[in-house]
Design a binder for this molecule. Structure first.
Ligand code: PGA
Length: 261
């Protein structure tokens, strides 16, 4: 695991977009795991600009999103399918058939979860999984006590998550209380993980996830088990960390990061 601290949100988002663009240029049929949330909006805006201005080519790319609300169809403006179309897919040259999210309206949700896992496996597995983090430590919608080996399944959402996301809905009662989410185990199977967190509201949970013990109470702490995981932070989100001098030294000195400095 490595933590990269950038001075502000814009440079953290830019670095995240650059890592995705580099992976896509190296492997045009990249299998990309995607995340939603307010943090990612700027990342997708930058990727759309890279497509428009530099010809970044998504025509061979396949994507799998982490999660979707149970009960919302893709036409619903608060669904994650709608979010992805609006913020990314409609603005790049990806083939719509290559974009995948769990179907929150499936009659048999358990079968839908198994189907989603199967689709990921058939694609050859996720090459790069983009992740945000919730204030309760979730990655995807893996709320506290999610098994560290869990697979795609239906998960009830915590009151904290409902409080965090109810702002997107007309009334808090409109927000679904359950979601289909890739499991922690599904996420850990991806070949590379890139997590992005910005702002002071994430500082405490980032400190627990990165420098605390691995615990099902903070799903993101399971990333400590991943052999290739990069955590990109702005100054504010890194404020609770103890080893920042070491993390800064790595970004400033390691050859891998030269092209991004
Ligand atoms: P946010 O959500 O980017 O809106 O903070 C992140 C998450 O809950 O995973």
């Amino acid at each position: 695991m490595e933590a990269i601290i950038r001075p502000d949100k814009e440079s953290a988002c830019l670095l995240t977009a650059k890592l995705i663009a580099k992976a896509l240029r190296a492997k045009p049929d990249l299998v990309l795991g995607l995340a939603t949330g307010s943090t990612m909006e700027r990342v997708y805006e930058i990727l759309a600009m890279m497509h428009r201005d530099e010809g970044l080519d998504f025509s061979g790319c396949r994507t799998f999103n982490l999660d979707e609300y149970v009960g919302l169809s893709g036409k619903d403006e608060t669904s994650y399918r709608f979010y992805m179309n609006r913020h990314l897919f409609n603005r790049i040259n990806i083939k719509p058939g290559n974009t995948h999210l769990p179907d929150g309206t499936a009659a048999d949700l358990e079968a839908e979860c198994a189907r989603y896992e199967e689709k990921i496996a058939k694609s050859g597995g996720i090459d790069l999984q983009l992740l945000g983090i919730g204030q309760d430590g979730h990655i995807g919608f893996n709320e506290p006590l999610s098994a560290l080996r869990s697979r795609t399944r239906v998960k009830p959402l915590t009151p904290e998550t409902v409080r965090q996301n109810a702002r997107y809905f007309k009334t808090p009662e409109d927000m679904p209380r359950r979601a289909i989410t890739m499991g922690v185990g599904t996420i850990l199977d991806s070949k590379r993980c890139v997590m992005l967190a910005t702002g002071e509201s994430k500082a405490a949970v980032i400190a627990r996830a990165l420098e605390g013990p691995i615990t099902a109470m903070v799903s993101a702490s399971a990333l400590q088990l991943h052999p290739r995981c990069t955590i990109i932070l702005d100054e504010k989100a890194s404020a609770g960390l103890e080893m920042t001098e070491y993390y800064r030294w790595i970004f400033d000195n390691e050859p891998e990061w030269r092209e991004f400095r």
